[in-house]
Ligand binder design. Structure first.
Ligand code: MV4
Length: 661
């Protein structure tokens, strides 16, 4: 019996790229696809792709994608046979999985009991340890006195790691190198645990040196079969966020894979696992990967963001397997049937600014283009014209490259990143490209500290003005100004104005004087000079060398008058400086005029004229298309003007607050 015969329809309780990803396979298998969306996603790609789409609430996830009750009600009304939760949101919510089952809807994921068993990190560790899965040596018990824990640390051997029991993402984690530092670190971990999770309990572990994050993809079916689908190395992380993932893991041997694979499948069997899951290990990477130096960390009971690298090397469609298993069918293959070909790498393309501490960057995607090429796969949920909002994870796409060897995969990934165009929000494109070329990552060894140790070599710090990008945009702006001026002067039609005789270029019949051009570059005033020579125009900037253009520069048009110059993965916003428009420098968010981002209603004003504000302080909220946009102070200053009052309608780009020095 086919999957679609048992599960004729699927509701995707998620958004963005993973919703698109699930829809693609479900559609191929003949299932009717049902999307749910928040106010912020009414026009999103995944809504367009699905056979039908149901509105579930406002933009904040708590009121939409995390609203289990509403989603279940929609699933019933839409007659959905199953629900795919994607990753994040409700994917590891045992109560939701249970509620689905109770409503007679198949949850595409493990049984609620398996989610629960792995959800409590301590209990999970104890449970897998019983199944002979190696765990980090340490103390995980109830006794919490300082004297007792200090004695345990001595028994374990330094360095040790104190972890808040309820911790996650590195919070409440303290590495201690010497016994004399133990008490202070313990107090600090307890405080952090108490403040962040309301739980001061800690555990003490041996600190694993040169830690590597190696995880095993597992799959179980409802007939008792559990296999693993090789490993992924996710050691390239920044602040516990994965940046680049790959499969197989560099330096992996058949022996270590067999040991790790067995540990992972045993862990899965210990909780009666069904479906796609990932068992995370931490490996001591000082002497390569070794069968006696990896330890269970946790199990993620969902499909992971980085599943495409596993798909690339195994040739399997993990979403198809999830649906097959959810339909009650056996996997249909055994461990010996799983093979891997070549090497795959995935880079997470984010709307964030590495030059400003990786601050998330929102806004309209004025241009968005991805390359096609041998071994290249792009998983995205947005297209040009869409907006990256502050409501959800700002991932724009996953760029996945597959090749015969690791070098070929990394070369293909690097080339694909170079050909990727994103205009609007700042992105980590240049940072990712630098990573694909980084000697220490290329030739190893590397561990989870690699990015932090090399942050400035990877270009993740303020960079000087990109003079070549400014020059390209300046020429374009001047050309347009010329064309407009000639058009106005001659009163000609637009078509005539574009005739070659009128366009400003190097072949003008009359010698042209050098021209000074006042520009606004990323919100800062810059004076450019343009001179025309036989061979064309030449731009110069004071105190800036404009290098020979080896790399392509792409100009994308943003708001009227602003060009976004894309060069080597970086973006420079260039506009003509207009001294009569007080609004101009606000475009880059650095000026004193804070404008409404969209046509809408001013629903709150938090400041009044004369008030001193600090950078990041909330100034006002504009509601547009049922979404709330919070306007914050781009820097410290004093409010000199407040335009309008709460309740007023505001036009896109209208002045809301003016900030003085
Ligand atoms: C460790 C460790 C070294 N030794 N445990 C970080 C988040 C949490 N899930 C586990 N983490 C670590 N636990 C012991 N005993 C080093 C880390 C760690 C880490 C682990 C995986 C991926 C990235 C990491 C980055 C820093 C530290």
């Amino acid at each position: 019996m086919s999957i679609a015969a048992r599960l004729p329809s699927i509701l995707i309780a998620n958004r963005g790229e993973i919703a698109c990803r699930v829809i693609r396979t479900a559609r191929r298998l003949g299932l009717r696809t049902i999307a749910v969306y928040s106010d912020a996603d009414a026009e999103a790609l995944f809504v367009e792709m699905a056979d039908e789409a149901w509105h579930i609430g406002p933009a904040p996830a708590r009121e939409s994608y995390l609203d289990a009750e509403t989603i279940l009600a929609v699933a019933k009304q839409a007659n959905a046979a199953c629900i795919h939760p994607g990753y994040g949101f409700l994917s590891e919510n045992a109560d939701f999985a249970e509620a689905c089952a109770k409503a007679g809807i198949v949850f595409v994921g493990p049984p609620a009991s398996a989610i629960r068993a792995m959800g409590l990190k301590d209990a999970a560790k104890a449970l897998v340890e019983k199944a002979n899965v190696p765990v980090v040596p340490g103390y995980h018990g109830a006794e919490q006195g300082a004297d007792f824990l200090r004695a345990e640390a001595r028994r374990i051997g330094y360095p040790v790691l104190i972890k808040a029991v309820a911790g996650g993402g590195g919070k409440g984690m303290k590495k201690v190198d010497r016994p004399e530092d133990f008490d202070e670190a313990l107090a600090s971990a307890q405080r952090e645990g108490k403040n962040a999770f309301g739980d001061a309990r800690v555990l003490v572990e041996k600190y694993v040196l040169s830690p590597r994050h190696v995880e095993i993809q597992v799959f179980g079916d409802s007939h008792g079969n559990v296999v693993h689908l090789y490993e992924r190395d996710c050691s390239l992380q920044r602040r516990h966020q994965k940046v680049i993932e790959e499969a197989p893991a560099p330096g992996m041997t058949d022996e270590v894979r067999a040991a790790m694979g067995k540990a992972a499948t045993e862990a899965a069997k210990a909780v009666g696992y069904v479906g796609a899951g990932t068992v995370e290990f931490i490996a001591d990477g000082r002497e390569g990967l070794r069968a006696d130096r990896f330890y269970f960390m946790e199990m993620n009971t969902r499909l992971q963001v980085e599943h495409p690298v596993t798909e690339a090397i195994t040739g399997l469609d993990l979403v198809e397997l999830q649906l097959k298993v959810a339909a009650g069918e056996p996997l249909g293959f055994g461990q010996a049937d799983v093979t891997a070909t070549g090497h795959a790498v995935e880079a997470r393309l984010y709307a964030e600014d590495p030059e400003k501490g990786f601050l998330p960057s929102t806004g309209k995607l004025w241009a968005l283009r991805f390359p096609e090429g041998e071994g290249i796969r792009i998983d995205t949920g947005v297209e040009a014209g869409d907006t990256v909002t502050p409501f959800y994870d700002p991932m724009i796409a996953k760029v996945i490259a597959h090749g015969a060897t690791r070098d070929e995969a990394l070369d293909r990934l690097g080339a694909a990143l170079s050909e990727t165009i994103v205009a609007g929000p700042r992105t980590n494109l240049a940072f990712l490209k630098a990573l694909t070329e980084a000697e220490g990552f290329r030739n190893g060894p590397f561990d989870t500290g690699f990015i932090e140790r090399n942050i400035s070599g990877l270009g993740a710090e303020p960079q000087p003005l990109d003079a070549a990008a400014v020059a390209a945009a300046a020429l374009q702006l001047e050309e347009e100004r010329q064309a407009e001026g000639l058009l106005a002067a001659a009163g000609r039609s637009d078509r005539e104005a574009r005739s070659p005789w009128l366009v400003a270029d190097g072949f003008s019949l009359m010698p042209r004087p050098a021209l000074g051009l006042a520009l606004l570059v990323d919100g800062e005033r810059v004076e450019a000079q343009i001179e025309w020579h036989e061979e064309g125009a030449r731009v110069s900037l004071p105190a800036h060398e404009i290098g020979e253009g080896e790399h392509e520069i792409t100009l994308a048009q943003a708001e009227r008058g602003t060009y976004l110059a894309l060069h080597r993965g970086r973006q420079t916003a260039v506009a003509l400086f207009d001294p009569f428009s007080v609004d101009l420098d606000a475009a880059a968010g650095t000026g004193g005029v804070i404008k409404a981002p969209m046509h809408g209603k001013l629903i709150a004003l938090f400041v009044s004229a004369g008030e001193a504000v600090v950078k990041g302080q909330r100034l006002a909220i504009v509601e547009a298309m049922k979404m709330e946009h919070v306007l914050v102070a781009p820097r410290d200053g004093t409010v000199t003007e407040v335009a309008g009052e709460a309740g007023a309608q505001v036009a896109e780009g209208a002045k809301v607050v003016v900030l003085g020095e």
